[in-house]
Design a protein around this ligand. Structure first.
Ligand code: AMP
Ligand code: MG
Length: 343
């Protein structure tokens, strides 16, 4: 299949390319679209064949449900059987934006989208191109990240093409994603509400609306084999480069000592900006130590870079768990398949 490249940087000036993308969606095709989090692989939520094609193109396990993207609140309400007061408050505060709510699903949601669950995940993206594509298609769009399942999520159209060229109908070329990690996922289908995946909307921000919110234990630790997880996506090894990633918990001096003692061919270090000069192994950096927003924005690019440079083993610095740092930590520990060494 030839994957069309559709450049949309400005929704008004590039309306022709946007209309073409909407046409492909309405015809049952797959279009990779930019969002403020990562690029998504979008299809008509109600077209079961197209939904099946998403799972095939990504190699995504069938039991991992998709997030449905909407362009307005009215569209969101049609997808759920109830939209409680708390959902209204959250939507008011965090939509459009990098925030996903899980609510009891309406009958119109195909079970392939919800992976057989009685709930559905919904998000209203703030990226203009994504919202306009949804509005012009007139359809809620089911969209997981536009990467091969398990690999680092794509934050540029080039990343999407690296994984998906020839496998999907079109890619909207639209520059780099702002946030760089996937949306915050909260379920309102449990009491108390539960944070299933940290993202651009932080736990601290959520507590203003949901003071009783709890953090699912799969956010920071590895779900035990065979145990039931609230968010199926969290049980998989995820976001991983081909290289083995090992997180080294400790200060920079002990990090340096460990890395220098273990240096070998193919050994790299994933470090904060400015630390490269102190190490004799090849380094890839993922932002300044104190800047969690920057770390989120560049983490997946850094993980992809490691593979391109031929890294075999990567020792990584550990981000803070505050604010957006929690999302960075959550992605990195999965990239490391939970391999952490306390120095
Ligand atoms: P992705 O499509 O890669 O952004 O992943 C979507 C995430 O949302 C995965 O971790 C899913 O398991 C989670 N998710 C989607 N729908 C539901 C749902 N109904 N209940 C719980 N988790 C969900
Ligand atoms: Mg994903």
């Amino acid at each position: 299949m030839l994957t069309e490249r559709l450049s949309v940087y400005d929704v008004n000036k590039d309306s022709e390319a946007l209309l073409r993308a909407a046409e492909i969606i309405k015809n049952g095709g797959l279009v990779a679209m930019p969002t403020e989090t990562v690029y998504g692989l979008a299809a008509n939520t109600f077209n079961e064949k197209a939904i099946g094609d998403i799972f095939k193109a990504k190699g995504r396990p069938q039991d991992n449900p998709l997030i449905v993207h909407v362009s307005d609140i009215g569209m969101a309400k049609e997808l759920v059987s109830e939209f409680p007061e708390k959902a209204e408050e959250l939507a008011e505060k965090f939509w459009p934006g990098p925030f996903t709510m899980i609510l009891p699903k309406a009958d119109c949601i195909p079970s392939s989208v919800s992976a057989g669950l009685e709930t559905v995940a919904i998000r209203m993206p703030s990226n203009e191109v994504a919202r306009q594509l949804i509005a012009v298609s007139g359809l809620p769009l089911a969209a997981p990240s536009a990467n091969i399942s398990g690999s680092p999520s794509p934050t540029t159209a080039e990343d999407v093409l690296f994984d998906m060229d020839g496998k999907i109908d079109a890619v909207i070329m639209s520059g780099r994603c702002d946030v760089g990690v996937e949306s915050t996922v909260v379920t309102l289908a449990t009491d108390p509400p539960r944070l299933l995946r940290p993202g651009g909307v932080t736990l601290e921000q959520l507590r203003d609306v949901l003071p009783d919110i709890v953090v699912d234990k799969a956010v920071l630790s590895q779900p035990g084999k065979g145990c039931v997880v609230a968010s199926p996506g969290m049980k998989y090894k995820h976001y991983s480069p081909k290289a083995r990633v090992v997180m080294l918990e400790g200060d920079f001096e002990s990090f340096k000592t460990f890395v220098e003692a273990n240096k070998d061919e193919g050994v790299f270090a994933l470090v904060f900006d400015g630390e490269e000069a102190e190490l004799s192994v090849p380094c890839v950096s993922f932002g300044h130590k104190e800047d969690e927003f920057e770390q989120a924005a560049v983490l997946f690019k850094a993980l992809r870079e490691l593979d391109k440079l031929g890294c075999k083993v990567c020792y990584s610095r550990v981000p803070s768990k505050c604010g957006v740092g929690l999302a960075v930590y959550n992605r990195l520990i999965r990239a490391a398949a939970f391999e952490v060494i306390e120095l």
